[in-house]
Design a protein around this ligand. Structure first.
Ligand SMILES: Cc1cc2nc3c(=O)[nH]c(=O)nc-3n(C[C@H](O)[C@H](O)[C@H](O)COP(=O)(O)OP(=O)(O)OC[C@H]3O[C@@H](n4cnc5c(N)ncnc54)[C@H](O)[C@@H]3O)c2cc1C
Ligand SMILES: *[C@@H]1O[C@H](CO)[C@@H](O)[C@H](O)[C@H]1NC(C)=O
Ligand SMILES: *[C@@H]1O[C@H](CO)[C@@H](O)[C@H](O)[C@H]1NC(C)=O
Length: 532
């Protein structure tokens, strides 16, 4: 009999985990507090306790070829960036096709996970679940935590003096579902993240006045990238990652800032990040610059203080007669069913090996799936994490010693600060992280070998988008359709928009791009030598 694994949550991370357990011959039981799969993408009209909540107009910010389960491409007529309802449809189809529903206990809350008394020997966990008011305790050999991290709102009311006296309404973006209540109102949005900008742009069409307040600013990117291709299909490539990590940092920083400013100059729109070279998550919004240009949204610095009716900003300007303040200040994560010390073993900092394994456990029988954030999509990341975790549970992969894991965590922390700055989340570079995970389970594509045996595919893998199929191309867990999916990814990309076909479809030319990119450092070098 296979080992029994408890999985908390049936969002995309939970589904990936169930499937990985099945692939490794483990026996998964998934507990989901709501009545369906999908997690965050299962929309509801009202924010629900303990579950992520999205607004009606959410569209994905990763494109379909980059955010699929690696053996399950989206139908070719799906749009590249999907409405949440479309993505939810896909997630449910994935669960059905793979027969995952039978492993899920719906409307069942996991209220406690504790080590068994015999943990040092067995690594077993005592999981308490609740359904219809009835509690049940079950022993599991391993646990995968997939409970999501857009659940507990970060509402920093204490850091805003005067907010207690403010007489208008205030709410967290989690409560925001649509614009109707805000018609003709003055709205202040705090925070320049994806939610804040989405909400501000949406409100700007019917509110009286909309201001976004931001302390640190942000780069704003368009989903529509060079020549109209989806941003991540062009940006998230192995080649670009190679350049980013091998060019001297002053060159790569300079290139980055140039690239971010090609659409519009962020200084002139009040958006300029305080530290522009940090690779902090950019904001994806195609309309914000145009709304600012039309005067429908304006950007202000941080709020110094609130009065009964207004907000005074750090530059001493005032926004009068505010009706609503929306705090788009993001989320903190919490695992209320688990002893904090397991995940935050030091100074209240998350200490997880590769963002997945608590390093100090006597037995490696717990994994956190879907916590790591990168400038890439969640689904493929969760899939690789879950595949590795399942292999660790069956002992076909082993983890390094506690010391080595802690050292690795410290080293990663240093690197993270350098590239991403101080932040709550575990951020990392997508392609490097995926390759690292892939190498642990033998699924990292072997590029030199590909160039020798299948040059056409190798070119697409190296210069083309680093799409999820690449991690099911070889090794254990290989999917026979992966090569074909990679060779046809651009067809599916343009199929959705070429609804009126007049001539042959266009796709990017990797070599042409290579030349273009290479020409910049070469020019720089020439200029440098000339002056020298
Ligand atoms: C507005 C918004 C837009 C986003 N857009 C994108 C995007 O375009 N592309 C992308 O890749 N990512 C995007 N993300 C990131 C998103 O987090 C991931 O796409 C993904 O949905 C995370 O899935 P998950 O399974 O880890 O967590 P969730 O989807 O949050 O699922 C967690 C599940 O666990 C259940 N649960 C929690 N606690 C318990 C418990 N104690 N007992 C039982 N069940 C429990 C919950 O009910 C829920 O169903 C976006 C996030 C937000 C907020
Ligand atoms: C997409 O938006 C969500 C919600 O703000 C964010 O968590 C995620 O990191 C974004 N994805 C990218 C690739 O920036
Ligand atoms: C930006 O961040 C980097 C890395 O943390 C740091 O070295 C640099 O000094 C910062 N620049 C500014 C202007 O703060």
């Amino acid at each position: 009999m296979g080992k029994r694994v408890a999985i908390v949550g049936a969002g995309v991370s939970g589904l990936a985990s169930i499937r990985s357990c099945l692939e490794e011959g483990l026996e998964p039981t998934c507990f989901e507090r709501s009545n369906d799969v999908g997690g965050l993408w299962k929309f509801s009209d009202q924010a629900e306790e303990g579950r992520a909540s999205i607004y009606q107009s959410v569209f994905t910010n990763s494109s379909k070829e980059m955010m699929c389960f690696p053996d399950f491409p989206y139908p070719d007529d799906y749009p590249n960036y999907m409405h949440h309802s479309k993505l939810q449809e896909y997630i449910k189809t994935f669960a059905q096709k793979n027969n995952l529903f039978r492993y899920i206990q719906f409307e069942t809350l996991v209220s406690s996970i504790k080590k068994c008394p015999s943990f040092t020997l067995t690594g077993q966990w005592e999981v308490v679940s609740e359904k219809d008011g009835k509690q049940e305790t079950t022993i599991f050999d391993a646990v995968m935590i997939c409970s999501g991290h857009h659940v507990y709102p970060n509402l920093p009311t204490d850091s805003f003096p005067g907010l207690d006296k403010f007489q208008g309404h205030y709410l967290h973006s989690r409560e925001y579902k649509g614009p109707d209540a805000f018609r003709g109102k003055n709205v202040l949005v705090i925070g320049l993240g994806n939610s804040g900008t989405d909400i501000a742009v949406e409100l700007s069409r019917l509110a009286s006045r909309v201001i976004i307040s931001t302390r640190s600013g942000s780069w704003v990117m368009s989903r529509v990238w060079d020549n109209g291709y989806p941003w991540d299909m062009v940006y998230v490539t192995r080649f670009a990652t190679f350049l980013r990590t091998t060019l001297p940092s002053f060159v790569s920083d300079w290139l980055y800032v140039q690239k971010m400013n090609t659409w519009f100059k962020h200084e002139n729109y009040g958006l300029m990040p305080l530290n522009g070279t940090l690779r902090k998550e950019p904001v994806f919004n195609d309309e914000l610059p145009s709304r600012i240009l039309c005067g429908a949204v304006s950007i202000k610095p941080g709020v110094k203080t609130f009065t009964e009716t207004s907000a005074i900003f750090e530059d001493d300007t005032v926004f009068e007669a505010i009706d609503y303040v929306i705090f788009a200040t993001g989320y903190g994560y919490a695992y209320p069913f688990l002893d904090d010390i397991i995940i935050k073993s030091r100074n209240n900092e998350v200490t997880l090996f590769k963002g997945i394994f608590p390093p100090l456990l006597e037995k490696p029988t717990m994994a956190v799936i879907g916590l790591v954030q990168s400038l890439g999509a969640a689904i493929p990341t969760a899939d690789l994490q879950a595949r590795w975790a399942a292999k660790v549970f069956t002992n076909s992969c082993t983890l390094p010693t506690k010391n080595k894991m802690m050292n690795d965590i410290d080293e990663k922390m240093g690197k993270k600060l350098k590239w991403f700055g101080q932040s709550q989340t575990l951020q990392t570079d997508y392609v490097s992280y995926m390759d690292e995970l892939g190498s642990f389970i033998g699924a990292k594509p072997n590029i030199p070998w590909l160039f020798l045996t299948d040059p056409q595919l190798a070119l697409e893998v190296y210069f083309g988008p680093c799409s999820p199929y690449q991690f099911r191309l070889m090794g254990p867990g290989k999917w026979e359709g992966a090569r074909n999916a990679i060779m046809t990814q651009w067809d599916r990309t343009v199929k959705a928009t070429r609804t009126r076909a007049v001539s042959a479809a266009q796709r990017p030319q990797p070599f042409y791009n290579l030349l273009k990119v290479l020409s910049i450092p070469v020019l720089l070098l020439t200029a440098f030598l000339a002056f020298y």
